[in-house]
Design a protein around this ligand. Structure first.
Ligand SMILES: CC(C)(COP(=O)(O)OP(=O)(O)OC[C@H]1O[C@@H](n2cnc3c(N)ncnc32)[C@H](O)[C@@H]1OP(=O)(O)O)[C@@H](O)C(=O)NCCC(=O)NCCS
Length: 225
């Protein structure tokens, strides 16, 4: 039997949150729309995305979200999982309670998104791609690095579990632990995050006049953060 990545992953509905010391990564919900809209109309956040610029309406943000939430409405097994993407928020269970309650609500805890936007990136590569973006107010505190490490550790755990559940012999396991990422050569912060998380550059390419770095990591070597 041919086992593909989506077979090894839980459905959107059964996906459990990932916890790191300061962050929670959880599946998308429609109530995230206003936060995503705010994120995606911020030029300095969107400049490095493949879209290259901000969303021009909340409808465009809704369409983008749809790709990461649509299988919630489907009968399980009807369509294979096409993403493994998470909302990232600050943990509220271990932060000091704000003097002002409204400052401590879920909307203020939202800081961004981290995950796989294509589980099957063919024809470019059979290896899924990691992406992330965060609100500028959260930058410079190590959150992106912490979320990526938490994500990589969870990926390692799920792939190992999937291999066991499906009794896939070691010799016939595909390289499902590997992930790839792409950065613009000028995006030094993102390159620094990937280096700190164990990634290496395997290719430098020019696409549409932009110089890009292609990265790869073997998550079986990621230590639990
Ligand atoms: C890039 C981004 C994810 C960084 O988030 P963050 O939470 O600030 O990241 P972290 O704090 O975990 O780590 C950033 C690292 O980059 C370093 N850095 C930041 N700006 C830098 C720069 N101009 N040059 C070199 N290093 C830089 C920081 O010093 C830090 O490294 P350190 O911990 O070794 O000091 C965030 O700025 C963002 O969302 N940008 C817009 C979207 C984006 O670029 N996404 C990635 C697309 S590939």
């Amino acid at each position: 039997m041919d086992i593909s990545l989506p077979d090894l992953l839980p459905s959107h509905q059964k996906t459990q949150p990932i916890y790191t010391s300061r962050l929670t990564l959880r599946p998308f919900q429609w109530t995230d729309l206003p936060n995503f809209y705010k994120l995606r109309i911020t030029p300095e956040v969107m400049q490095w995305t493949s879209q290259g610029g901000i969303d021009t309406s909340i409808e465009q943000t809704r369409e983008w979200m749809q790709k990461f939430i649509e299988d919630t409405d489907m009968t399980p097994g009807e369509i294979p999982r096409r993403n493994f993407n998470f909302v990232v928020s600050l943990r509220t269970d271990n932060v000091e309670k704000s003097a002002n309650e409204s400052e401590n609500n879920d909307s203020n805890a939202f800081i961004g998104v981290c995950g796989l936007y294509g589980l099957d990136s063919l024809p470019v590569s059979p290896i899924p791609s990691l992406g992330y973006m965060y609100i500028p107010e959260s930058w410079g505190k190590g959150y992106a690095t912490e979320a990526s490490l938490g994500f990589q550790a969870e990926w390692q755990r799920l792939i190992t579990l999937g291999h066991q559940v499906h009794s896939i012999p070691v010799g016939s396991r595909q390289d499902m632990y590997s992930l790839r990422a792409v950065t613009h050569v000028k995006n030094l912060a993102s390159a620094q995050i990937l280096r700190k998380c164990g990634w290496t550059v395997y290719e430098e390419v020019e696409e549409d006049g932009m110089l890009l770095l292609r990265w790869i990591v073997d998550t079986s070597a990621t230590a639990t953060p």
